[in-house]
Design a protein around this ligand. Structure first.
Ligand code: NDP
Length: 296
């Protein structure tokens, strides 16, 4: 979904949710299966509460079952693992998402490891990471998969393009690199120790920024005509006193003047993440029930 050189993530996400809803209707009619997504929230982090509420709403709107589990901040790790075991065993639940971050007394990795890899719609389990790295059928992390979908929508075949990803986190940078390698790009992953970051970025036909530093990537770091995907979500003080505004990792106005296409913040990658989560839940349900996967 693009107008001019701005990639409209909101419209793209809306379109993807409509395709998910169609797939859910077919699953119900043809196989009697209603995909179910369980979201677990521990504590009362305000941003996490908003995400969980949105996930629940969008899951139901697509015709799927939404199960919300809100646990108090002092929930023990053992109790959380017990809930995950119950969700793993529950036939009506095809996807499990534990909202991160978790309170400090809970070991995040132990929780990620406890989710059945077939229900791991976040794609964070080491089995899915390994499957993605080796080119097997994985559950793929939502944000980078959304970025790939937008890139393929905009550019078609990505074969042979130079892709530079700034950031090497397990949830964005690394899976993004695996996906772009799978799409036959020549991939460079840059990070905080990279020398001459502007020079590295200037090589990119596709530049993915996943850093968490407001407007770090400047217009003159961008190769003319490149496609720029800005994953960053940063809150900075707005012109109006006491207000905050969202910006990405890319200096948008400067970059938009040079790029062939660019995702804005907000309204670019962000809206795609939940839509891909819904898509992953449908795919997980099909795999668990031995049903041919729809192309969504
Ligand atoms: P992390 O903090 O886990 O990783 C940041 C990466 O950026 C690290 O690899 C780090 O390098 C690198 N980095 C930090 N500073 C520099 C620098 N000066 N130069 C080059 N590289 C640098 O972040 P995430 O991957 O979790 O998230 C990145 C951004 O994306 C955040 O703004 C986050 O809010 C956003 N995000 C948005 C999502 C969405 O739905 N739109 C989903 C997930 C994240 P090193 O490894 O060397 O420390």
């Amino acid at each position: 979904m693009a107008s001019g050189n701005i990639i409209d993530g909101k419209a793209f996400a809306e379109n993807l949710r409509a395709r998910v809803a169609d797939a859910v209707t077919s699953l119900k009619q043809e196989h009697g299966v209603t995909p179910g997504l369980a979201v677990v929230l521990v504590g009362e982090d305000p941003a996490s509460q908003v995400y969980v509420r949105n996930k629940g709403k969008q899951t139901s709107a697509c015709g799927m079952e939404s199960f919300e589990h809100r646990l108090s901040v002092d929930t023990t790790q053992a109790a959380l693992l017990e809930l995950i075991a119950a969700l793993n065993a529950d036939d009506t639940v095809h996807g499990i998402l534990v909202q991160l971050p978790l309170p400090d007394h809970i070991e995040e990795q132990a929780v990620i490891d406890a989710v059945d890899p077939e229900k791991d719609v976040d794609g964070f389990h080491v089995i899915n990471t390994g499957r993605l790295a080796t080119g097997a059928a994985a559950m793929v992390p939502c944000t980078p998969l959304g970025c790939l979908m937008m890139l393929e929508d905009r550019l078609g075949d990505l074969s042979g393009l130079e892709a530079v990803i700034v950031g090497r986190s397990n949830i964005v940078g690394k899976p993004m690199a695996a996906l772009l390698m799978g799409a036959n790009c020549t991939v460079t992953v840059a990070h905080s120790r990279t020398r001459d970051l502007p020079g590295v970025c200037r090589r990119a036909d596709i530049l993915v920024a996943a850093v968490g530093r407001p407007e770090m990537i400047r217009g003159d770091w961008i190769k003319p005509g490149a496609t720029v995907i800005d994953v960053g979500i940063n809150r900075i003080p707005a012109a109006e006193k006491g207000k905050m505004r969202l910006v990405g990792d890319v200096a948008f106005d400067e970059a938009a003047a040079v790029a062939g296409a660019i995702t804005p913040v907000p309204g670019g990658v962000g809206p795609m993440t939940i839509a891909v989560l819904l898509r992953n839940t449908v795919i997980a349900a099909c795999r668990q029930k031995g049903i041919a996967e729809p192309v969504i």
